[in-house]
Design a protein around this ligand. Structure first.
Ligand SMILES: Cc1cc2nc3c(=O)[nH]c(=O)nc-3n(C[C@H](O)[C@H](O)[C@H](O)COP(=O)(O)OP(=O)(O)OC[C@H]3O[C@@H](n4cnc5c(N)ncnc54)[C@H](O)[C@@H]3O)c2cc1C
Length: 392
């Protein structure tokens, strides 16, 4: 099938795509279906990505990274999304690419030197602890505290949905260092840490969920976990701003991942439509099968262009909030429709694990919900772009 890839329109970009595709091709649907079934973390895949140095695609060359932009990282994540591992494969590497963005941007030279090379090489893995059960999307209401005690902080509280915490050595953690009541704005008084995830003081409980079983998400209960003061990123009380800095790249990467997943589902659907014969004709000869697939192609392509636009704006240092949000919205919707259509094109077999499209669908749903929901994206665009009153 001919699918034009707008993002791969330079030799360098094509090279990234080709390298990533070659790595991903070694991990087929059978590999990922088994990981999903047994809820096993894809260590082999994570190691293969790290071995190629790809964790460092957007990290400084001085620490072993490639020093490229979010555009190149998006190309890579789109290709990973298009692999048999779909969202599980993306989630295996995602946090190690974007999660340390705050360290790249606001960390000291010493912190970068201490922390980035081990993530790039795959020697260490990081997870991201922001979401809390009682705060939800309103991050300013998080209750986990970091209390300064001499040369260290004590972390106390509960996080939810911390993905890959079962395997992670480190955690990027947002916690309150000043009480909400004492702050001029609710977003003040939050601080960002990069800490050892010390199991003696952090209890990790896996959350049973709908899909992406190869990559766990967890509740994490912190009971006075000791974090040395030098693990504070940037200035105390400015953690929310640092998180905001990484939101646009994260949305862009999520959008790229969704497009990749949608493309894979579409390719599977087209292959099946071209081979399955019912009523003495290929089912793909019916317009009711063809048209939704053609629509999916168009919507994925449009979302890809939006994602590329947002990524290029970001890399050029231009504001890109509405574009990054719109890219995530359009890509998640397009991928959702493509996965849904892939199941329907397969008829009953779309519901069977054997054809894998049900796994793609189960995994894809998460991109509609996290890290930012459809509703909040629309709230943001309505307020910031259209000038409507803030609604949240
Ligand atoms: C698979 C998965 C992996 C994740 N991994 C991580 C991770 O590694 N680290 C991490 O920190 N978090 C992670 N998350 C958490 C994720 O970022 C949150 O689930 C997401 O931010 C939504 O928060 P919530 O679930 O608390 O929803 P809520 O805030 O409870 O919202 C529930 C619903 O209400 C809507 N809503 C709420 N307020 C408004 C409003 N004012 N206007 C309109 N609609 C509104 C929302 O859009 C949503 O539909 C993960 C989540 C999932 C599902």
């Amino acid at each position: 099938m001919k699918i034009f890839e707008a993002l791969a329109n330079t030799p360098e970009r094509r090279e990234i795509r080709d390298h990533i595709r070659a790595i991903c091709d070694a991990f087929d649907d059978a590999y990922w279906a088994e990981k999903d079934k047994t809820h096993s973390f894809p260590h082999e895949f994570a190691a293969a990505i790290a071995a190629g140095g790809w964790n460092g695609i957007a990290m400084p060359e001085a620490y072993g990274g490639a020093g490229l932009g979010v555009t190149e990282a998006a190309i890579m994540m789109q290709e990973i999304g298009r692999s048999a591992g779909v969202f599980a494969a993306c989630s295996t590497v995602h946090i190690n690419i974007f999660g340390l963005h705050a360290i790249v941007k606001h960390g000291t030279k010493q912190q970068q030197q201490d922390w980035l090379p081990e993530i790039i090489s795959g020697a260490k893995r990081a997870c991201f602890g922001v979401t809390e059960p009682d705060a939800g999307l309103d991050t300013s209401r998080i209750r986990t505290t970091a209390t300064r005690n001499g040369d260290h902080y004590l972390i106390k509280g509960q996080k939810i949905w911390t993905s890959t915490a079962q395997q992670a050595d480190k955690v990027v953690l947002l916690a309150r260092t000043a009480p909400l009541e004492a702050c001029a704005k609710p977003t003040d008084g939050l601080s960002l840490f990069y800490a050892d995830l010390d199991r003696a003081c952090a209890e990790i409980r896996e959350i049973p969920k709908m899909g992406r079983h190869a990559v766990n998400s967890n509740q994490v209960f912190y009971d006075n976990m000791v974090v040395p003061a030098h693990c504070l990123i940037g200035e105390e009380g400015k953690g929310f701003r640092y998180i905001l800095d990484s939101l646009n790249p994260e949305r862009i990467l999520n959008a790229a991942e969704a497009i990749g997943i949608g493309r894979r589902a579409l390719e599977k659907a087209v292959a099946y439509a071209n081979e399955r014969v019912v009523f003495n004709r290929k089912i793909g000869q019916n317009q009711s099968i063809q048209h939704p697939l053609a629509e999916a192609w168009s919507e994925l392509y449009a979302a890809e262009l939006m994602t590329l636009h947002a990524a290029e704006l970001y890399d050029a240092g231009e504001p890109c909030g509405p574009q990054a949000n719109a890219a995530k919205l359009l890509a998640a919707d397009a991928a959702f429709k493509a996965c849904d259509r892939a199941i329907r094109t397969h008829g009953g077999m779309g519901y069977a694990a054997e054809y894998h499209v049900e796994r793609y669908f189960r995994e894809m749903v998460a991109i509609q919900l996290a890290p930012v929901s459809r509703e909040m994206i629309l709230c943001h665009i309505a307020e910031r772009e259209l000038g409507l009153p803030k609604s949240y």
